[in-house]
Design a protein around this ligand. Structure first.
Ligand code: ATP
Ligand code: ATP
Ligand code: MG
Ligand code: MG
Ligand code: MG
Ligand code: MG
Ligand code: MG
Length: 269
């Protein structure tokens, strides 16, 4: 506080290191749930994909985007979420630790705050936590490759998990047997097991599980009725239309060009 500003102790502030992010780069903050393999078992997540958990992750990411200006896109899958700040952002003077800790704590507190809306009678047994890291990407290509990397990871893991849990839940294998069965298999082999043994076409599995969740800002015209009272007139209701920015969920491919061509204003030149 101001009374301490000129004390003889003030010099200790100079021990703080400058962690401001290089200008002109996209700032990515990625969060990942701590020990969620165990957390998901303790809270009885359905395997391979618990919809309540995915909904809560997305809800928490919405809350981060609403609280932090300058996030242009977020991508989430499993227990992780990446948030991308625009290159020109000067939020918290681009200090990495400030950005990262605000994102992580806003996300964690939202996850707890909204838990009951998604998990109902399943109690939250202990406070979960999320680690965070900051990565800078200097070009649109690098940023797109980063997001492609996360979505490819989502695909690889989800294909594996889908076959694994199908072998266990419908094939009657133990988890050890399912693991052995999948050792060394390629994507084509996994698709084949699903198709020939369980009549499942992986491409028909739901997009949220195959593609993860993309959050972007969208402009919407929103009409609300307002009560207006002019002097010497009856109070009346009038429709008022205004353009509002709101966060919208997508579960689409972001590796190819189509998504970026349809949303040309996300990335800057
Ligand atoms: P910033 O986001 O920059 O940290 P801030 O509003 O949190 O802004 P701080 O310098 O961190 O500013 O000060 C925290 C303020 O919170 C105090 O000035 C005081 O008003 C309030 N506050 C914190 N703890 C208490 C408390 N136990 N009782 C009453 N007020 C408190
Ligand atoms: P670490 O602390 O190193 O991140 P972790 O146990 O969280 O360890 P991750 O690689 O992050 O390991 O994997 C997260 C795990 O959480 C997944 O493997 C899966 O078991 C579980 N999980 C996350 N989200 C869901 C979900 N929606 N449905 C079912 N299980 C999930
Ligand atoms: Mg404060
Ligand atoms: Mg303070
Ligand atoms: Mg990990
Ligand atoms: Mg994790
Ligand atoms: Mg993870």
């Amino acid at each position: 506080s101001s009374s301490m500003a000129k004390s003889k102790f003030e010099y200790v502030r100079s021990f703080e290191t400058d962690d401001s992010c290089l200008r002109n780069c996209y700032i990515v903050v990625r969060l990942d749930g701590r020990n969620f393999h165990k957390f998901s078992e303790q809270h009885k997540f359905t395997k391979p994909n618990d919809s309540r958990a995915l909904g809560l992750m997305s809800r928490s990411a919405h809350s981060v985007m609403a609280e932090m200006e300058d996030i242009i896109i977020a991508y989430g899958q499993s227990d992780e979420f990446s948030f991308v700040f625009k290159r020109t952002s000067n939020l918290f003077k681009r200090r990495a630790s400030k950005l990262m800790t605000h994102v992580a704590s806003q996300f964690s507190s939202s996850y707890v705050f909204h838990w009951k809306e998604f998990f109902r009678e399943q109690p939250l047994l202990y406070p979960p936590s999320f680690d965070g890291r900051v990565v800078l990407y200097p070009s649109n290509r690098n940023l797109r490759d980063y997001l492609s990397w996360r979505q490819a990871d989502c695909h690889i893991n989800n294909l594996y998990n889908t076959v694994f849990w199908t072998l266990v839940q419908r094939g009657g294998l133990t988890t050890t047997q399912a693991e052995d069965r999948l050792k060394g298999t390629l994507a084509a082999d996994k698709n084949e097991i699903l198709f020939s043994e369980f009549d499942i076409n992986y491409n028909n599995e739901s997009a949220i599980h195959r593609k993860g969740t993309v959050l972007i800002w969208e402009k919407r015209d929103e009409t609300v009725t307002k009560r207006v009272k002019l002097p010497n007139e009856e109070e009346k209701e009038v429709p008022v239309t205004r353009s509002r920015r709101r966060v919208q969920d997508h579960h689409c491919d972001i590796i190819g060009d189509q998504f970026w061509e349809e949303h040309p204003d996300i990335l800057e030149d």
